[in-house]
Design a protein around this ligand. Structure first.
Ligand code: ADP
Ligand code: MG
Length: 266
């Protein structure tokens, strides 16, 4: 196997509460993600998925464990040492309405990371226009404000901004959960096409098994801060080994298990 782009070992995040109590939000997680691969992280609300996302991106420091990105240990790096690596890993959040500043045009939002890098003038405008085309939006949208866009269009703008610095890893935390069902399907299809086109790696977080099944090569099932099952998506869905995975699948697909992909319709 090629060297993983992201490798997580024994990752933990414990939040201290009052009276000496502790929330073990993430409690010993191992994950590996190859370049160009899409790994689904599934589990019910509160099991620790978003905390894993924040840890992987080093938005919060881990309590314990190792996070290797492109061969480099980042779990204990200082903020200044992390800075040059940050452009290689970007996050897409669930709610594109909250992720965009309502007083900024699409151009200003997408341009921001490039402006920070010192880009300006005609170069900047051409680059932002190309990013917009890359996410399937017309160039004319550059001068729109968020309230003039649909939910799916806003999420595409967020994706364009995330792509501005040409990252290698996208962490997608429930990227379609806030969208209408019909738009969800379009965005999922677009995300698959984008990954193939750019050779991106995805850590794709969702509570929705059908969504993960559609877009992921491999799947890791999370329960109470731990991974209870991990494997190729087809194998896990066809023949789940953990009781918890079977429970999740029964809730999502009924007791007959996951339908074959060609039966899903829509
Ligand atoms: P998920 O994304 O799977 O819904 P989260 O990672 O958001 O789960 O949360 C996992 C657990 O950690 C939950 O019990 C949540 O309440 C708790 N948690 C998350 N962030 C904090 C925090 N900053 N302080 C205390 N507890 C937290
Ligand atoms: Mg979450």
């Amino acid at each position: 196997m090629t060297a993983p782009l992201l490798e997580v070992r024994g990752l933990a995040k414990h939040y201290p509460l009052k009276h000496g109590r502790v929330v073990r939000a993430v409690d010993g997680v191992d994950l590996a993600l190859a370049p160009g691969e899409s790994l689904g992280l599934v589990g019910e609300s509160g099991c620790g998925k978003s905390t894993v996302a924040r840890l992987v991106l080093r938005l919060v420091p881990p309590t314990a464990g190792s996070i290797r990105f492109a061969g480099q240990e980042i779990a204990t790096l200082s903020d200044s040492a992390l800075r040059p690596l940050r452009r290689h890993m970007q996050i897409i959040f669930q709610n594109p309405h909250a992720a965009l500043n309502p007083r900024r045009t699409v151009f200003a939002s997408v341009a921001e990371p490039l402006v920070v890098q010192g880009m300006a003038g005609a170069d900047l405008q051409a680059r932002v226009a190309r990013l917009l085309v890359q996410v399937g939006l017309p160039e004319g949208f550059l001068w729109r404000y968020p309230h003039e866009l649909s939910g799916g269009q806003k999420q595409r703008v967020c994706i364009a901004r995330a792509l501005a610095l040409e990252p290698r890893l996208l962490v997608l935390d429930e990227p379609t959960s806030a969208l209408d069902v019909s738009v969800q399907a379009q965005i999922l299809e677009f995300l698959q096409e984008l990954r193939a086109r750019l050779g991106l790696s995805y850590l794709f977080i969702s509570h929705n098994l059908a969504v993960v099944r559609q877009v992921c090569d491999r799947v890791a099932v999370m329960y109470l801060g731990r991974i209870v099952e991990e494997g190729p998506a087809e194998a896990v869905f066809a023949n789940p080994r953990s009781d918890y995975t079977r429970t999740l699948m029964a809730a999502a697909f009924g007791t007959g298990g996951a339908p074959a992909p060609q039966d899903q319709g829509g």
